[in-house]
Design a protein around this ligand. Structure first.
Ligand code: PHE
Length: 343
């Protein structure tokens, strides 16, 4: 009996020492297995009961069971306490301030040139035109010859045109689509052609080596000058506002006869004169005219039966005028401070 008491006392104090050293819940779980598990000292004592006399057995059994309960209780209490400590530490560590403002994301939007093109396309599709695309890389014929440019016309000069060493060139205007369309479709033709153009010019605030145009062409029987005027007036009032005033000036392009330039009353000063209109009160917006009979012939269209008008406008120029932008290079520099100013 005395020796069992000694053993139990010894076990208890050993256990209590190790309990003090358990810092993590994991240590405690290990401790519990070590003392109370199937291979532990308590179980060993239980097994040794079989060596006792039948009289001693109930008493010894109770003493061992009491110890078992006592240690179990210690383990469970400490485990609960350590788990709570660990949970508190984790909560403190993983704390999130839900009142912090979120990270700002930059929402992408369309480039101002794309926006202007889409707007123009929208208006003209609403007026019955459909979109026809043509190649950026084309032959001299489609860009010049088929458009009634004389072989010695200065625009063909190396100064203005980018020639590729394959004998092709980068189109200098979207008018090449006129010729492609006439060759591919029979009248009535009513198309617009948005796209990129290239000119071999010095890059400056006012000119760039590439820019965008929207071309338009309408060919049918009995198309007259009056149709050109009314369509341009309608288009420009839809683009710039109901009250816009237009002015038609004679001009020259080889592929139209007669040729025109179309001005609108300055949207900034309303005609009183300002820096944007260079104090003329007018803004030059587009080139236009009646399709030259030679061009119709190149497109296999009989000029005796059909007539048409065409126009072309520069999108960078228009966007600059509408927004008082003073440098065309801003469109291609991708400076967010510039781009973010557009809706
Ligand atoms: N292609 C001409 C230009 O680049 C514009 C234009 C198109 C003029 C159609 C008349 C008719 O300036």
């Amino acid at each position: 009996m005395a020796s069992l008491h000694d053993q139990i006392g010894e076990l208890r104090s050993q256990f209590m020492n190790e309990l003090k050293e358990a810092i993590h819940s994991k240590d405690l779980e290990n401790l519990k297995v070590k003392y109370l598990g199937k291979k532990g000292p308590i179980q060993a004592l239980m097994i040794s009961l079989k060596n006792c006399t039948p009289d001693e057995r109930p008493l010894f059994g109770k003493v061992i069971n009491d110890l078992k309960e006592e240690l179990t209780l210690h383990c469970d209490h400490s485990l609960a306490r350590l788990k709570q400590v660990e949970l508190d530490a984790r909560l403190a560590d993983e704390w999130i301030d839900v009142t912090l403002p979120g990270r700002r994301t930059h929402k992408g939007k369309l480039h101002p040139i794309t926006q202007a093109m889409n707007r123009i396309i929208d208006i003209l599709m609403g007026m019955g035109f459909s979109v026809q695309l043509g190649p950026d890389v084309d032959t001299d014929y489609y860009n010049f010859g088929g458009l009634n440019f004389a072989p010695d016309h200065p625009a063909r000069d190396m100064q203005d045109t980018f020639y590729l060493n394959t004998g092709l060139l980068l189109r200098t205007h979207t008018s090449n689509v006129q010729v492609h369309t006439m060759k591919n479709f029979a009248p009535p033709i009513r198309i617009i052609a948005p796209g990129r153009c290239f000119r071999n010019e010095d890059i400056s605030a006012r000119s760039h080596v590439f820019f965008h145009q929207v071309e338009g062409i309408y060919i049918d029987r009995n198309v007259t000058f009056a149709d050109l005027f009314s369509t341009m007036d309608e288009f420009l009032s839809k683009l710039l506002g109901e009250k816009v005033e237009t002015r038609y000036r004679p001009s020259y392009f080889p592929f139209v006869e007669p040729g025109l330039e179309v001005d609108v009353r300055c949207i900034s000063c309303k005609g009183t004169g300002c820096r944007i209109c260079k104090h003329t009160g007018w803004l030059e917006i587009l080139g236009a005219g009646m399709v030259h009979p030679n061009v119709l012939k190149e497109g296999n269209i009989d000029p005796e039966q059909y007539s048409g008008y065409a126009w072309g406008m520069g999108i960078e120029r228009l966007t600059m005028l509408l927004n008082d932008i003073r440098d065309i290079r801003l469109f291609t520099e991708n400076d967010l401070r510039f781009l973010e100013q557009f809706p």
